[in-house]
Design a protein around this ligand. Sequence first.
Ligand code: SF4
Length: 157
Amino acid sequence: MTETIHIELSNQSCGAGLEYARRQFAGPPKDALLCCEGMCLKGETARRAANLIGHRLAPEKTVRICHGGLLEKSGGMRDLIKRAPKVVILDGCGMACCSRLTRAAFPDLQPEIIFTDKMTSYAGNPFGIDEVPEPEITANAQSVAAAVMAKYYECCS
Ligand code: SF4
């Protein structure tokens, strides 16, 4: 039997996040870009890559969505997902926290899921961001972002 948890959607929202979503909604639909919550090195790399793409490399084609936005009752980021041409998820490991949460919030969605830990090159088996020099994390995040850009946002525009 599958074990599940129940999460109530909330009327609460982050004010700045809601304003970001409103600004995004005033423009054309964009791909929704989600990622692992980023507690560990693998997740942090996924998170940084997602933010690089969403905020710096392809802000005209993608919009960042957070886990909290998935759990709002209405408005805000959920509406951006509903109208997104495509949903792209950067998961940091096989636990797939983001894609499982997204599927729970939107069962009919068919997101593109990328496991970014398969795309990084950390020696050994580090867990925390304190175990690796900062420039190495940045370089890995940039490398992941570049690969995602090449796959989805640089080939056919
Ligand atoms: S889901 Fe995986 S990659 Fe993400 S923070 Fe947890 S252990 Fe790290």
